[in-house]
Design a protein around this ligand. Structure first.
Ligand SMILES: Nc1ncnc2c1ncn2[C@@H]1O[C@H](COP(=O)(O)OP(=O)(O)OP(=O)(O)O)[C@@H](O)[C@H]1O
Length: 294
């Protein structure tokens, strides 16, 4: 199949009178791992539900390879949407649950599924509703990874897992993506553990798209600058300031936005210390009430 190309144009979702998603326009193309970041209630699940055709947008368009996604059987075959499930009424054993689903997934790799079952130690002879929350997550994640759909969406499906299990998940996402490239979209608000996975990120805030950038580019636009307060203030004047901390006469300020080579040179000439900012820090401060990106 050709590499996926998703285009959203002025995409909005209103439920009742509540605007949930507000005129989002973006393009996602090619095989890559994409992070969809947003605070609680930002609209991540709502956006992913539109992508997976679980919902129809109120206005705007959403296309896969230039065809409307909603009600499009071809698009449906190419998208796998994995989210945390409570499975309250899932009385089948885990092995039957997985078997019933794999038949609808043409790229499903049984050997790989078995490998994941062993790594996550999923008790496949137990009834699904009886599995622990972490094992339910591991089961859905196994389905998502082993299905090898051209567009695989994980909507915080790994939240129920403990730290070692999440580590396995991150390792497997990366390893399997390298061997079988596809578009993988991971939504999360737990960024520090996952930032190394994302080639690009979309950040949504209160239903609107705050930014969509390559992770590398985003990270070069965040900078912490430390030194004598007056000099730091002079240097950061005119920059978008995300955070300031002062200790005695020393100040550390986090800024965001394009920084010219001359400005960097001026900082080193003034003896100011420039340091990187993590994706998590950028996310926290860019999505704060009152903050606005450029
Ligand atoms: N069916 C619905 N009816 C009314 N409001 C809804 C419905 N579904 C979602 N919302 C609202 O839309 C907003 C976005 O919810 P959504 O689940 O998409 O956010 P999220 O970013 O995935 O949040 P979280 O990280 O907490 O899971 C929330 O305010 C939520 O209450």
């Amino acid at each position: 199949m050709t590499e996926p190309y998703i285009k959203a144009n002025q995409l909005s979702l209103t439920i009742g009178s509540k605007p949930i998603l507000k005129e989002l326009s973006f393009e996602l193309s090619g095989n890559k791992i994409i992070g969809l970041l947003g605070r609680n209630s930002a609209g991540k699940t709502s956006l992913l539900s539109l992508l997976a055709s679980y919902r129809q947008s109120s206005t705007g368009t959403l296309e896969l390879n230039n065809k409307n996604i909603f009600d499009n059987a071809i698009a449906m075959e190419q998208i796998s949407f994995i989210k945390e499930e409570s499975f309250e009424y899932e009385y089948d054993k885990a092995e039957k649950w997985l078997k019933d689903r794999k038949d609808f997934r043409p790229n499903f790799d049984e050997n790989y599924a078995n490998h994941l079952i062993k790594r996550f130690k999923i008790p496949m002879n137990q009834k699904v509703y009886n599995l622990s929350r972490g094992m339910k997550s591991a089961l859905t994640v196994t389905l998502g990874l082993a299905s090898r759909c051209p567009i695989t969406i994980f909507d915080e499906a790994y939240l129920g897992m403990d730290a070692p299990a999440r580590e396995i998940f991150y390792e497997e996402v990366l390893k399997d993506y390298m061997e079988h490239p596809r578009m993988i979209i991971l939504s999360t608000h737990l960024i520090s553990e996952m930032d190394a996975l994302f080639e690009e990120v979309l950040i949504i805030k209160e239903g609107a798209l705050l930014l969509h950038k390559k992770t590398e580019e985003l990270l070069t636009e965040g900078l912490s600058i430390t030194g004598p307060s007056e000099q730091v203030d002079a240097w950061t004047n005119g920059q978008m300031i995300l955070k300031e901390q002062t200790l005695g006469h020393t100040k550390s300020t986090m800024v965001y936005g394009p920084i010219t080579a001359e400005k960097r040179k001026a900082a080193s000439e003034a003896g100011l210390e420039l340091g990187p900012v993590s994706l998590q820090d950028l996310f926290i401060h860019l999505t704060e009430e009152g903050a606005d990106s450029q």
